[in-house]
Design a protein around this ligand. Structure first.
Ligand code: 5RP
Length: 219
C-alpha cells in the first residue's frame, strides 16, 4: 500500500473510532470512505446510515450496515467524508467522485461533519478544478455564465445520481467565498465542490510522521 493509501486508511480508522451506538451517520463517497466503511462495520455499533452515492450505499449494505433513504430523516449525528483539497482555513474542494451536491446536503444536515484525508490533500490554497453539477436544461446559457469565471469542461462521465451533468471549472479559485457565491447565483448550477469552513467540524489527516493529526481550527 502506498503512502497516500496508508494515510487515507489511518484517517478513516481514526474516524471509525468516534462512531457510537445509536448514531445516525452520513456516509461520503470515494476511496477514503471505502476504508471507513469496513472500519465501522468491524467495530459493530448499532448505527443507521444515509449514503451520498449508490456506490457507498451498496458497499455499506454489503458490510451489513443499515442504510436508509435520506428523505424523512431531518438530522444526522455525524457525517464522514473525504475531500480533494483542504486549505488551512478549512475551505474544501470536493467532488472528484461527482457526488458533491449530495455530500454537501449530508454535511449540512449533520451535527458534526468530519473530514478524513491523507496528508497530500492539505494544500496552502485551493486550486482548480472546481467540480460542478449542472442541469441539462439551459446548459449552453449556464456554461456561458460560468465561462465568465474561467474555462469549464463537461466531464465524460455518467450523469449524477440526480440525473444532472458533471463539469469542472478550471479558472483560478482566488477567494473561495466569492467564487462560491458567484456559482450559487447561476441558476443552472445545481451544486459546486467548494465547501464552506462553517460546514466542517474537524479534519483528520492521516499519513503524517506522528500518525493522524487534527488540522488546527482557525476560528
Ligand atoms: C467525491 C468526493 C471525495 O470525497 C473526494 O473526491 C476524495 O476522494 P478520495 O477519497 O477517493 O480521494 O468529494 O465526490
Amino acid at each position: 500500500m502506498d503512502a497516500s493509501e496508508a494515510g487515507k486508511r489511518q484517517a478513516a480508522e481514526a474516524a471509525a473510532s468516534l462512531v457510537e451506538d445509536g448514531m445516525v451517520l452520513g456516509l461520503g463517497t470515494g476511496s477514503t470512505v471505502a476504508y471507513f466503511l469496513p472500519a465501522v462495520a468491524t467495530r459493530g455499533p448499532r448505527v443507521r446510515c444515509v449514503a451520498t452515492s449508490l456506490g457507498t450505499e451498496r458497499a455499506a449494505r454489503t458490510l451489513g450496515l443499515v442504510v436508509e433513504p435520506f428523505e424523512s430523516l431531518d438530522r444526522l449525528d455525524l457525517a464522514v467524508d473525504s475531500a480533494d483539497q483542504v486549505a488551512p482555513d478549512r475551505w474544501l474542494v470536493k467532488g472528484g467522485g461527482g457526488a458533491h451536491t449530495r455530500e454537501k446536503i449530508v454535511a449540512a444536515a449533520a451535527s458534526r461533519f468530519l473530514v478524513i484525508v491523507s496528508s497530500e490533500k492539505v494544500v496552502p490554497a485551493l486550486r482548480p478544478p472546481v467540480p460542478l453539477e449542472l442541469m441539462r436544461f439551459g446548459l449552453a446559457a449556464t456554461l456561458r455564465r460560468i465561462w465568465e469565471r474561467g474555462p469549464v469542461r463537461l466531464r465524460e462521465a455518467e450523469p449524477t445520481p440526480d440525473v444532472n451533468l458533471q463539469a469542472d471549472l478550471a479558472g483560478e479559485v482566488g477567494d473561495p467565498a466569492e467564487l462560491a457565491a458567484a456559482l450559487d447565483a447561476i441558476p443552472g448550477v445545481v451544486g459546486h465542490g467548494l465547501f464552506d469552513p462553517s460546514l466542517v467540524s474537524d479534519v483528520l489527516v492521516g499519513g503524517e510522521p506522528g500518525g493522524v493529526r487534527r488540522l488546527p481550527d482557525p476560528r
